[in-house]
Ligand binder design. Structure first.
Ligand SMILES: *Cc1c(COP(=O)(O)O)cnc(C)c1O
Length: 376
């Protein structure tokens, strides 16, 4: 491993500068990561809500290594080891009927848009302000943030944005050609924005009246992040289509589409070379087992964050924590890193904490002490 300055120069020369970054992490274990200088951090970013089982969980690492010795890839021309088993587990925990795998969250969104169009025969979508659904052409079309979307317009999908939480606006926006309404149960990239349950009951009602499908993006909130397998399970509402990705396979690239009975792709309607391959499914199955074990502890861990940070009025659901910091957000992020805690600024000066679900109470306490110190 070269030193960080050499590496920075190498990147500047050969890698497209789409990211701004400071640290170089080289190793992880549980909720700890180490940088190239050997400095240790408590990781409340977890690869942006991806490493829910912690870094290099032994069960996940073992599953990947063992599968890599047996069969790395075979394509979807053949039955794929682990694929149907993982589909069964996800479907059973979420109350949906069938699954279809992808390689990322954005691809899961694209799949959801395709499924909604092909099964409803309708064309249009309604999405919400501050929502994030991915950066492919299709998923970007339903992503709100103008700064990342507008340079790429036109995106070729008829879509209306409605204010997040505004049911009257939604009612006006949905019509007889609306294929689906796409919504995050909690807006993650926007900074952990939690609407009332009645918002989802209202969306369900409007979808039922109009025949549009309710598409719930659980890419960030799913897989136990909020203390249930899906965040929408905190409400009584059952969606038509759900997307998963981030936490699904502990960092092995994977996404999934889940749909209720009667909603499925038919022969030839969708596909992917890599998606739901043997390695991803092995990682996903091992991840599922770890999450199943740790899930009961997630709500109390979230409450531990809430109690420790109460003076900052945090928004908390399970291990998804948002704090409005404002202009100082980047500075707070930097000060936390200096003191050995990784946190991340989401949109609009909102600090976001999405640590591994396996984080310990002692690690939570340490992270909160550092964070409070940085917040002042
Ligand atoms: C991260 C995210 C996506 C996009 O996932 P990628 O794997 O980066 O394509 C989509 N929706 C939500 C809610 C996300 O948080």
């Amino acid at each position: 491993m070269q030193n960080k300055e050499d590496y920075r120069a190498l990147e500047a020369r050969y890698y497209m500068p789409a990211f701004s970054r400071e640290l170089m992490l080289v190793r992880g274990e549980g909720s700890r990561v180490w940088d190239a200088d050997g400095k240790e951090y408590i990781d409340c970013v977890a690869g942006i809500a991806v490493c829910s089982t912690g870094h290099c969980h032994p069960a996940v690492t073992r599953a990947i290594c063992e599968q890599a010795k047996r069969l790395i890839h075979c394509s979807n021309l053949y039955y794929v080891p682990g694929q149907a088993e993982l589909a069964q587990k996800l479907v059973e925990k979420t109350g949906m009927a069938k699954a279809f795998f992808s390689n990322s969250g954005a691809e899961a969104t694209d799949g959801a848009l395709k499924l909604a169009r092909v099964r409803t025969g309708r064309k249009k979508f309604v999405a919400f302000t501050h929502g994030f659904h991915g950066r492919t052409i299709g998923s970007l079309a339903v992503t709100h943030k103008p700064a990342i979307r507008e340079p790429f317009e036109p995106l070729g999908i008829a879509r209306t944005f409605v204010e997040y939480g505004d049911l009257d606006g939604l009612r006006r926006a949905v019509d007889a050609d609306t294929a689906g309404v796409i919504v995050e149960p909690i807006q993650g990239e926007a900074g952990v924005i939690i609407p009332p349950d009645s918002f989802f009951e209202g969306i369900r009602e409007i979808c039922d009246e109009s025949g549009a499908l309710m598409i719930v993006d659980e890419v960030q909130t799913g897989m136990g992040r909020t203390g249930k397998w899906l965040a929408v399970q905190h409400t009584g509402v059952k969606p038509d289509i759900v997307m998963l990705a981030k936490g699904i396979a502990s960092g092995f690239p994977m996404g999934a589409l889940l749909a209720r009975g009667g909603l499925e792709f038919r022969k030839g309607e969708h596909g992917s070379t890599f998606a739901g391959g043997p390695l991803a499914c092995a990682a996903g199955l091992a991840t599922f087992g770890v999450i199943e074990e740790v899930l009961p502890s997630v709500p109390e861990k979230g409450e531990r964050f809430r109690a420790a940070l109460s003076q900052y009025s945090p928004r908390v659901r399970g291990l998804m924590v948002g704090i409005t910091v404002g202009d100082r957000c980047a500075e707070v992020q930097k000060r936390c890193a200096e003191k050995g805690v990784l946190v991340n600024c989401a949109a609009d000066g909102n600090l976001r904490l999405v640590p591994p679900l396996v984080i310990t109470p002692a690690e939570i306490d340490r992270a909160c002490t550092v964070l409070k110190d940085a917040l002042g």
